[in-house]
Design a protein. Structure first.
Length: 274
């Protein structure tokens, strides 16, 4: 999976492996980001060349394609560069997901030679993995497309992951956990901005409990249409459709908040009707 060389860069030693119990030994500062998904194993190798920055190649087995996509989406900012099922490159960092694997190839400093070596190594790793062909989780396809910033879509399961991207509460008011899946998206249209959060629960009962909890903590005094203007002037709202919660935690414009709620509900109805 990890070759002995990357162009003129040579492997410094054999690959090293880490699991859920030892991941902190390698990435102490951000291991919890991976552990919030179904992370299984990391294989890593370092490549060196005299007079050039070292290159590190990390291959994460995330157990499922959905969670490989999730960890890829966690800090995604750029556009696809044609590697794996989704990828981006910038600042001497190549990130891509392919099947159940998430791959990061990076160097502390970019030169033209480093960039070429990183992209070439990424393609070699991709060729050693099962062929691309995985799709993002189904819940991502339920997001209304109009105004969506595709590079700012985040897929996750846990309360801590949500708070990383958008701080909602110190308490887990949405009852998120390993058995839920959520997607947070950013929208911009006509000068207005909003965030949309869609959560799928294992049962309608759980979804309703989460809705009741969210309304009590975040939407006290919400109107019959499910919308409320917050103290900062933004609008927020939430509705349940079966096992899904559709939430706009903030929108600069009331009409945009209402549209996102309605269009998402419609898309959920179309899927359930098939």
């Amino acid at each position: 999976m990890l070759p002995d060389e990357a162009g003129l860069w040579k492997a410094e030693g054999p690959a090293k492996a880490y699991d859920r119990h030892t991941l902190y030994d390698y990435i102490d500062g951000s291991a919890e980001v991976y552990l919030a998904y179904a992370f299984r194993k990391l294989v890593t190798r370092r490549y060196v060349r005299e007079g050039q920055p070292a290159i590190a190649a990390d291959v994460f087995d995330m157990r499922t394609p959905a969670d490989a996509y999730g960890i890829f989406s966690f800090e995604r900012m750029g556009r696809h560069v044609g590697i794996g099922d989704g990828s981006e490159y910038g600042g001497a960092i190549l990130r891509f997901w392919q099947g159940r694997y998430f791959v990061c190839v990076s160097a502390p400093k970019e030169t033209e030679a480093v960039k070429r070596a990183i992209l070439a190594l990424g393609r070699r790793i991709s060729a050693a993995l099962p062929k691309p062909g995985a799709q993002p989780p189904k819940i991502v396809s339920l997001l209304p497309p109009r105004g969506l910033r595709a590079e700012r879509v985040r897929y996750f399961h846990q309360h801590g992951s949500l708070n990383y991207h958008f701080f909602l509460s110190t308490e887990n008011i949405l009852k998120l956990g390993a058995d839920t899946e959520a997607v947070l998206a950013q929208y911009e249209t006509g000068g207005a901005r909003a965030r949309l959060l869609l959560v799928r629960y294992p049962s309608q009962e759980r979804a309703q409990q989460a809705l009741d909890s969210f309304r009590a903590s975040y939407l006290a005094g919400v109107g019959a249409d499910g919308l409320l203007q917050l103290e900062d002037g933004n609008w927020a709202g939430a509705r349940r459709r079966g096992t899904y919660l559709v939430i706009v935690p903030e929108a600069s414009d009331r009409s945009l908040a209402d549209r996102l709620l309605r269009e998402t509900e419609k898309r959920l109805g179309e899927v359930r009707g098939k």
